[in-house]
Write a protein that binds this ligand. Structure first.
Ligand code: ACO
Length: 310
């Protein structure tokens, strides 16, 4: 049995915040933001709204696409850095509201690489025979940890939720992942307990992100003796269009196999890869089956890459 993505879904908050909002409030401009990041607008969750509602909507979407009854689910994982409560996590609420009787449900925190970590864990559960189907969500309300007066981070971040159904498929392509972390690099990007907002050394993050996502994608391809041409669509964590294009350039990925939606949603951390996958599918950028190449880099620093069938 192989673990294959059989459903994808996404949910975005209704409030659209264009670059003009920051140009009105901070010393920045639409032109600067577009040129340096490719971002044109992002979505913000209202302060009193629940991220669980977005995660649940994305989960329903993914389960519908997969044709799965939520009641049959036994495992729910939500990658998030910004859950609604300190405890319990988002996953138990999502599982309960899906009507899954006593699913194993937990949150996973690995910053922007969280969704890849969660997907790797879900694939291991399926490949070991301990699960037949796993719902994997990525959900973030980064506005909860954004300093809206800091132009170097506020313009980059957005809120969203995405989900995939990973299921056992006989004769499906086996997934491959390579994940890593380096806690020596915490000062590059962190939110501490006192300030509770993200602080970042942007230029260093930028360089590490391109280098690590490229190297680990190469490693994953080597592990399965594959070439970049074997990948049907490549979705990197949507941190910044220049970072994603930099990785594509390093790896020789042509535009028709590269997906970018950072212009519309900005950086949504753990949510970015499943949201991009759902939007790519809605836009007809995925065929009925194929191989997804994916890579992520975030606070920690944590990073990784994966190849998984859909
Ligand atoms: N508007 C105008 N000027 C700005 C803005 C802004 N929004 N933000 C920063 N600047 C200024 C800086 O203050 C700096 O000014 P100075 O030269 O007077 O000191 C100047 O622009 C150049 O700054 P650099 O950092 O060198 O610019 P760079 O080309 O590197 O672009 C950016 C900055 C976009 C932040 C880039 O470094 C980047 O994308 N880094 C990675 C960011 C990222 O993905 N972080 C992860 C996010 S969070 C998470 O993981 C949850």
């Amino acid at each position: 049995m192989s673990a294959v993505i059989t459903g994808v879904g996404a949910a975005l908050p209704e409030r659209v915040v264009p670059n003009a909002y920051f140009a009105d409030h901070l010393d920045t401009s639409d032109q600067w933001i577009v040129k340096r990041t490719g971002i044109r607008e992002r979505r913000w969750l209202d302060e009193d709204a629940h991220l669980a509602d977005l995660a649940l909507a994305a989960a329903h979407d993914a389960l519908d696409v997969a044709g799965r009854d939520p009641a049959g689910l036994r495992h729910v994982v939500v990658a998030t850095t910004t859950p609604d409560r300190v405890t319990p996590g988002l996953a138990v609420e999502v599982a309960a509201r899906l009507g899954t009787p006593h699913a194993a449900a937990f949150d996973l925190h690995a910053a922007c690489a969280g969704f890849l970590y969660a997907l790797d864990h879900a694939a291991a559960l399926i490949e070991s025979g301990r699960a037949e189907t796993v719902l994997v969500c990525g959900a973030e309300a980064l506005t909860r940890i954004t300093d809206r007066t800091d132009r170097s981070t506020a313009v980059l971040l957005g809120d969203a939720a995405g989900a995939v159904v990973l299921a056992a498929v006989p004769d499906g392509p086996a997934p491959t992942f390579a994940l890593a972390s380096d806690g020596e690099q915490i000062p590059l990007l962190y939110a501490d307990r006192r300030e509770r907002v993200l602080r970042m050394r942007g230029r260093e993050i930028y360089e590490h992100a391109i280098a690590k996502m490229s190297a680990y994608t190469r490693e994953v391809l080597a592990l399965r003796s594959a070439k970049i041409d074997d990948i049907d669509l490549f979705i990197a964590h949507q941190a910044n269009a220049r970072i994603v294009r930099g990785v594509a350039r390093e790896l020789g990925i042509p535009d028709d196999r590269l997906y970018l939606n950072v212009d519309r949603v900005a950086n949504t951390s753990s949510a970015s890869i499943p949201v991009a996958l759902a939007q790519a599918r809605a836009e007809g950028r995925t065929g009925p089956t194929g191989l997804l190449g994916t890579a992520a880099f975030g606070a920690g620093v944590t990073w990784g890459a994966g190849v998984v069938g859909w």
